[in-house]
Unconditional design. Structure first.
Length: 182
């Protein structure tokens, strides 16, 4: 398979189903941002963190590919079978958040991003996840988007925040809290 096709040289690309759209179409921005998020999740997963968190992050990457495929499909024309996002995928994130929260000190302040590289990567991924969520919500205003996609992205940003806190806690890195100047 050739990696370049030249079909996008004039700023158009094809959705699953064959519909041609401009490369700056909200659908392309949505799944492109999910792809960017997936890259950050991969970056977190290849850091010096425990194998358990690496396995959860790999599962998340698989689900992000599912979401990307869903967003890349023309809901009107695609006949391709796309993997489903399940309620259990959202539940997994919630269970992981709850499990990590059990050992973390209560959150009493906003946390400033940083602390060490892996924690910073978690915050970067969280921000990209929020952008993916905003774009997906905007897309859903004009076209079909499975409601589980926005729920999953919402929960994933929470997971990434808590994962950052947990990795900071495990590394004994003090969280930098935000104290507003008033």
């Amino acid at each position: 398979m050739k990696i370049y096709t030249k079909t996008g040289d004039k700023g158009q690309t094809s959705l699953i189903g064959g519909t041609r759209v401009p490369k700056n179409h909200i659908r392309i921005e949505s799944y492109g941002t999910v792809d960017e998020l997936n890259s950050y999740v991969g970056l977190i997963g290849c850091q010096e963190i425990d194998k358990y968190h690496q396995a959860v992050l790999k599962e998340i990457q698989d689900r992000l590919f599912t979401i990307g495929a869903s967003l890349a499909a023309d809901p009107e024309k695609s006949k391709m079978k796309i993997p489903d996002l399940l309620d259990a995928d959202i539940t997994l994130l919630e269970m992981e958040i709850d499990k990590m929260n059990e050992v973390l000190p209560p959150l009493k302040h906003f946390i400033l991003p940083g602390g060490n590289n892996v924690v910073s990567y978690c915050h970067l991924a969280r921000c990209v996840c929020r952008r993916a969520e905003r774009l997906t919500v905007a897309l859903a205003e004009s076209s079909f988007v499975d409601s589980k996609v926005t729920v999953y992205l919402n929960r994933l940003s929470d997971y990434l925040f808590i994962l950052g806190r947990k990795l900071s806690y495990d590394a004994k890195v003090e969280e930098s809290i935000w104290i507003p100047r008033v």
